[in-house]
Design a protein around this ligand. Structure first.
Ligand SMILES: C=C1C[C@]23C[C@@]1(O)CC[C@H]2[C@@]12CC[C@H](O)[C@@](C)(C(=O)O1)[C@H]2[C@@H]3C(=O)O
Ligand SMILES: O=C(O)CCC(=O)C(=O)O
Ligand SMILES: [Fe+2]
Length: 345
């Protein structure tokens, strides 16, 4: 059943309760597929419990993250600056976006992981790459299970039409570990004019955005800060749960479902006392994969909303824009009236 978790229930002005759906993966399959579709349609976001990712696989990556981020900054910089893979601090992407965080960004390809491990975990590179590979394998299986349930719930004839994109050996999936140190709020006795200019941003750990990929599988330590935006533009805080996963619909899945699922906008606010650590698996197609709505999702009532593009083209568009920009607009099919207008000019 999709159960809005009580801790995440908040009320709007009309006192309608909104809560984050929680899906118990031990439920019966036909029920599960309906729940996945409903949650993806309503929020583009849900929590999964009773998943198959072993506890040790999670705790080992946690320990590596804690060990890495506790190093001093010159040691961390030796891991290699993120261009885009490696260690990054405060800079998000190439276009001047800033956040109150540091992170490790890795490609999911085992060869790339093995190369990066030599600088990230100099004294135990093989152990580090095994831990990262094990985590990626387990969350990739979870992603594929969710995508197969989604395809079933959408009555797509080939149940693997979404999961096979991720299973492809050239998939461009990524792993990111974010670390948000506590940020003290400015008091009157701590007046810093240079900070006043950015006073609106003071508590933004990671600015509002949607993820470009198909699906994001997120978990964090016990420190909150993540918020998702509802279709009505309301921000809902996501209660942290170190042993479970949150699932986010990304832009590519919005296109594959012809807009039936909408990618979730989200952001992270910093905590004033405790550090947040989160790890995200971004499930993506191979670079040359042509992304267009699944044929089952295009009907006379739901005409095709997006023109086909490769994942490489989409990434290029994403990296040319700012974090919070809506990147899908440039891939929308022009409406008939719009194209008539342009002819008459
Ligand atoms: C500003 C940017 C950072 C980002 C690439 C982008 O140009 C726009 C999307 C951003 C995002 C969000 C989800 C993931 O964290 C990420 C790795 C991704 O694939 O797209 C980041 C990119 C990044 O930090 O490099
Ligand atoms: O750190 C988090 O909880 C979310 C970060 C995020 O949205 C991202 O890295 O794309
Ligand atoms: Fe994100």
């Amino acid at each position: 059943m999709v159960v809005p978790s009580p801790t995440s229930m908040i009320r709007t002005k009309k006192t309608k309760a909104v809560g984050i759906p929680t899906i118990d993966l031990s439920l019966e399959r036909s029920q599960l597929s309906e729940l996945v579709v409903k949650a993806c349609e309503e929020y583009g976001f849900f929590k999964v419990v009773n998943h198959s990712v072993p506890k040790e696989v999670i705790s080992r990556l946690d320990e590596e993250g804690i060990e890495f981020f506790s190093k001093n900054s010159s040691e961390k910089r030796q891991a290699g600056t993120s261009t885009p893979f490696g260690y990054g601090c405060k800079n998000i992407g190439p276009n001047g976006d800033k956040g109150e965080l540091e992170y490790l960004l890795l490609h999911s390809n085992p060869i790339s992981i093995s190369e990066r491990s030599k600088t990230i975990a100099k004294d135990h590179p093989i152990k580090f790459s095994c831990i990262v590979n094990d985590y990626i394998k387990a969350v990739k299986d979870l992603t594929c299970e969710i995508l197969e349930l989604a395809a079933e719930g959408l009555w797509v004839p080939d149940k693997s039409s979404l999961s096979k994109i991720i299973k492809d050996e050239h998939s461009d999936s990524l792993l990111r570990i974010n670390h948000y140190p506590p940020v003290k709020k400015l008091g009157n006795d701590n007046w810093d004019p240079s900070k006043i200019q950015n006073s609106n941003n003071n508590n933004i750990g990671f600015g509002e955005h949607s993820d470009p990929q198909i699906l994001t599988i997120l978990r964090s330590n016990n420190v909150g800060g993540l918020q998702i935006s509802t279709h009505h533009g309301l921000w809902i805080p996501v209660p942290p749960d170190p042993s479970e996963f949150y699932v986010m619909v990304g832009d590519a899945l919005q296109v594959l479902t012809n807009g039936r699922f909408v990618s979730v906008r989200h952001r992270v606010l910093t905590n004033t006392t405790k550090p947040r650590m989160s790890m995200m698996y971004f499930a993506a197609p191979p670079l040359n994969w042509l992304i267009s709505p699944l044929s089952k999702m295009v009907t006379a009532h739901s005409p095709c909303l997006y023109r086909p593009f490769t994942w490489a083209q989409y990434k290029q568009a994403a990296y040319a824009l700012r974090l919070g920009d809506t990147r899908l607009d440039q891939f929308k099919v022009q409406k008939q009236e719009d194209s008539n207008d342009s002819h008459s000019l």
